[in-house]
Design a protein around this ligand. Structure first.
Ligand code: XMP
Length: 516
């Protein structure tokens, strides 16, 4: 792998992603890992990430100079660049002056790192100190107003560095520099593809599972679907998927799993129709947190029952169910502090909280992957596009998009309105522009309207289109007025009991994406 050494900034994940985008496998390791331990992973190259403002700051992470003598190609970025300069005898001046944001650098010589660059390029920087003199043996490739040495390389020792952040999109030629490092500097091939990932995982899953039986909770979302498809590819009918239909799904979602997904993958599926059970449990409840707790609790109970049935059936067919598939992704692993060297990795429960007491071992075939890679693998495995490109949908489903008590009638109303919004957004080609667009029914609010010749007294539907990178923060999406107009007209015309459509123009924070 290419190791990305996390020197404490928030950029390590982004760097790892960019390397993967260049079709080279990468892993993040903490800077506290010893050089020996890093070398034991037989890295093809090493990238040092950005970090705190100054190499002189108290407690600033240092880089063991032995790293630069191992013969492994190294790229230092920002703080990693300065740490490399300092370790090898260059000078890093404590200027205190900052270069922050878009910064122009002048290219003195493109060398191999900046091959293909014009004479100057805009880069994104964020640093206080600057490298004033490059260590011996290095060519200075670029300078900027605040950085006498903004990039350097020593092609003999295969050491490279740059002051700016090539991994952020605000450095438009950044990906070129990363690819130059990987392909030219380190001589690597772009061979990490969806096909390879599948081959590797299929072999690993077969080795792990042997002839045992496996279950998987399927939610209809991207991660659990692709994980299931991958395990199915590896072990076929040793896998049984369990899909709980809690009745809080949108139009077509249950069918998508029951028909399209099964047809595309051949997976063995157990569908549990728990719609009435959830309606009964939710009767009379309007408080959002209480609804969430009820839905979570019922989900676990239903799943547990289904899993026990699968286990019992498997017993008859000779075979014990030993494994549970989970769609854990690499960001979950990294964010849980489990990137490397940590013993206790928290298991993320993607299917609304799976039972802990079922005592299965986990199979997590997507543990090393980012979301875009999961989608590529899904497409390669033939998972239907409607599932692969699905926008996030909360586990509690429409239950938390009805403000007020959840009833069958209200679910039908909301489903009809939601379908219209989705149809029109798809028709306008906006699905991949927006992060998601919750459609919310204000069941306890009524307003006066007029339709045909008569007065109406109906409920409002709220459209909540948002743009986001990670759902932690979000902004409301400026949808074209014509699209909004069409959605509004269609909903008020076609959906019974709805006489008004309103647009939520709140960012997150202060609003959350969902209303409950
Ligand atoms: P909020 O409303 O907190 O939502 O801004 C952030 C993102 O998380 C989704 N969401 C959930 N996903 N189970 C889930 O699997 C949940 O209980 C849940 N609640 C919110 C929401 O759709 C958005 O993408």
């Amino acid at each position: 792998p290419v190791l990305v050494v996390d020197l404490g900034a928030q950029y390590a994940q982004l760097i790892a992603r960019r390397v993967r985008e260049a079709r080279v496998y990468s892993e993040i390791v903490p800077h506290t890992m010893s050089v020996d331990a890093m070398l034991a992973k037989r890295p093809a190259a090493i990238i040092l990430s950005g970090g705190p403002a100054s190499v002189y700051a108290e407690g600033a992470p240092s880089v063991d100079p032995a790293l630069f003598e191992a013969g492994v190609p190294v790229l230092g970025i920002c703080y990693g660049f300065q740490a490399m300069a300092q370790a090898l005898g260059g000078t890093v001046a404590q200027t205190g002056a900052r270069e922050y944001g878009g910064t122009e650098v002048k290219i003195r010589s493109t060398g191999s790192l900046l091959g293909g660059s014009p004479d100057a390029q805009t880069t994104w920087m964020s640093h206080g100190d600057a490298v004033h003199e490059a260590p011996e043996g290095f060519d200075v490739l670029a300078t900027s107003d605040g950085s006498p040495v903004a990039a350097f390389e020593d092609t003999n020792r295969r050491l490279f560095g740059m002051q700016w952040h090539p991994e952020v999109k605000h450095s438009p030629l950044g990906q070129d520099a990363i690819e130059n490092f990987l392909y030219v500097g380190a001589g690597l091939e772009p061979s990490w593809t969806a096909g390879n990932i599948i081959e590797e995982q299929v072999a690993a899953i077969r080795a792990q599972v042997g002839s045992d039986r496996v279950i998987c909770g399927l939610s209809g979302g991207v991660d659990s679907s692709v994980a299931a498809a991958l395990v199915q590819r590896a072990i076929g009918d040793q896998l049984t998927c369990v899909f709980v239909d809690h009745g809080l799904l949108r139009t077509g979602e249950a069918e998508q799993v029951e028909e399209d997904f099964v047809a595309a993958t051949g997976v063995q599926l157990k569908v549990v129709d728990a719609r009435q059970r959830f309606l009964d449990a939710l009767a009379g409840v309007s408080d959002p947190e209480t609804k969430r707790k009820i839905i979570g609790r019922e989900f676990i109970r239903v799943f547990e029952d289904a899993a026990r049935e699968v286990v019992a059936d498997a017993g008859e067919h000779g075979g014990e169910v030993k494994y549970l598939v989970q769609g854990t992704l690499y960001p979950d692993v990294v964010e849980s502090g489990g990137g490397e060297g940590t013993a206790n990795i928290k298991s993320h429960h993607n299917v609304g909280g799976l039972p802990d007491d079922l005592q299965f071992s986990l199979i997590e075939p997507l543990r090393a992957l980012f979301k875009d890679e999961v989608r590529a693998v899904g497409l390669e495995l033939g998972v239907p596009e409607g599932i692969v490109w699905r926008q996030p949908f909360p586990g509690p489903g429409l239950g938390i998009r009805i403000v007020g008590e959840v009833t069958q009638e209200r679910l039908d109303t909301l489903r009809a309105a939601d379908l219209i919004a989705r149809e029109e957004l798809t028709k306008a080609g906006l699905d991949r522009e927006i992060w998601q667009c919750p459609v919310v029914l204000l069941a306890d609010v009524r307003s006066v309207g007029v339709q045909g010749d008569g007065r109406t007294y109906g409920h409002p539907i709220v459209l909540r289109p948002v743009s986001s990178e990670d759902a932690m923060t979000a902004d409301w999406t400026r949808l074209p007025y014509e699209v909004l107009a069409t959605i509004s007209t269609r909903i008020t015309n076609e959906v019974k009991d709805v006489n008004r459509v309103v647009l939520d123009v709140t960012s997150k924070p202060p609003g959350t994406i969902e209303w409950e």
